[in-house]
Design a protein around this ligand. Structure first.
Ligand SMILES: [Zn+2]
Length: 400
């Protein structure tokens, strides 16, 4: 793996290029800031392998997966015999990033965590995973990037518990490094909850280790939007600039902008999955900085100005696409009325079409962020994005 920062904006926001498989004849190049697609067993929840190429490429080629999802199925030995996950799933042109967090269920791994390993909710019950077992999984699955075990805690735990989670995460990091398999790049885990000093301490310690990048966990577990910039700054200020930073738990558009402003390069979030499963479609305007006029929302009904609820009766006879001029497969071929019908009859095609559109739309948002950074206008882009959304919220409140 290679990473290089190509442009800065407003001091800390940065755009770069992440190259995976640099020794292969066709390495995968991903521009950052970028999104890791959330998956279950390496495939997006509702998009089958034959539809994957319809997503914007190469932006959609970085897949996050949890090794824990494989605990219920094939043994590590079998996966190893099959040649690893790229080979087993025929995903040769995709980058796989292993994150040991059961992100689909979003349960904090702190419960039941003890000194020898992390306890996770899995499809086959609660399992204690020790660094040695985790490294056996990694060496059999052969991902491009893997994240070390982390003891994430929510913000409401005691200072003592937060401090012990930092000590434990660093100890597991050292154990994972000692047991590292050949191949695959390590991202060292950084925790520290909502305590700035603990965040700084953990970042300083992890930065001393021989890792290729950093995974910043423990967000989205109770901290407020106002607390977050100081926590992100405490971490990013203590990490070397030349290595990529991946954050977990920041998914809302405003949260992504907060992360980018702090110097985050990669985002691991289940936001797309959660809105898709709820029957929502992303509709917030994708305006480039410099385009002054607001693009009107398709409808204020069933909308919170970010997304629309396609289960709403108002869409039953709506023959327009989810977003006018969207170039995704769903918007080019189907209408809101059809998706509303599919949702009402519990047809899974609804989630397939929604996940395609939502992924497409969110990747478009990341593309605009990168363009704004390259033009040195990230802060203006961020301010305009937040201002426009507040304007829409205020306008819809007046109409109610
Ligand atoms: Zn679309």
């Amino acid at each position: 793996m290679q990473y290089a920062v190509k442009a800065w904006s407003n001091g800390t926001a940065r755009a770069g290029v992440l190259q995976l498989g640099s020794s292969c004849p066709c390495p995968l190049e991903i521009e950052t800031p970028s999104l890791l697609l959330p998956t279950r067993k390496c495939l997006p929840r509702f998009i089958s392998p034959d539809l994957l190429p319809s997503l914007p490429s190469p932006d959609s080629r970085l897949l996050q997966f949890s090794p824990l999802h494989f605990l219920e199925g094939l043994s590590t030995q079998t996966i190893s015999n099959l040649g690893g996950l790229h080979q087993m799933l025929c995903l040769h042109e995709y980058g796989l990033v292993a994150v040991p967090r059961d992100s689909i269920q979003c349960l904090p791994a702190s419960e039941g965590t003890n000194k020898v390993g992390a306890s996770f909710e899995t499809p086959c019950g609660r399992c204690l995973i020790k660094p040695k077992e985790y490294m056996e999984m990694i060496s059999s699955m052969r991902p491009d990037i893997w994240v070390t075990l982390a003891d994430e805690v929510p913000t409401w735990v005691s200072a003592k518990r937060n401090s012990s989670s930092v000590d434990r995460t660093i100890r597991w990091l050292d154990e994972c490094i000692a047991l590292r398999p050949l191949g695959g790049d390590i991202f060292g885990s950084i925790v520290g909850g909502a305590n700035v000093q603990q965040r700084q301490l953990c970042a300083e310690e992890v930065a001393k280790r021989n890792v290729s990048g950093y995974w910043i966990g423990g967000f989205g577990l109770g901290e407020s939007m106002d607390e977050r910039p100081a926590l992100l700054k405490a971490v990013c200020d203590n990490l070397p600039e030349e290595k990529p930073r991946l954050v977990c738990g920041l998914g809302l558009p405003e949260e992504v902008l907060q992360g980018v402003a702090a110097g985050i390069d990669l985002f691991d979030t289940t936001y797309i999955y959660h809105i898709t499963i709820g029957g929502f479609a992303l509709t917030f305007p994708l305006d480039k900085i410099g385009v002054s006029e607001l693009i009107p929302y398709s409808s204020d009904i069933g909308s919170d100005q970010t997304k629309i609820n396609l289960r709403a009766t108002v869409y039953r006879k709506d023959t327009t696409p989810v977003v006018q001029n969207c170039s995704c497969y769903t918007c080019k071929n189907h209408t809101k009325a059809y998706i509303n019908h599919l949702l009402n009859v519990h047809e899974m095609l609804a989630q397939i079409l929604l996940e395609i559109h939502n992924t497409h739309h969110f990747l478009g948002f990341f593309h605009l962020i990168r363009e704004a950074i390259k033009e040195g206008k990230f802060e203006q882009f961020r301010e305009k994005f937040i201002h426009d959304r507040r304007e829409h919220l205020a306008a819809s409140a007046v109409h109610v």
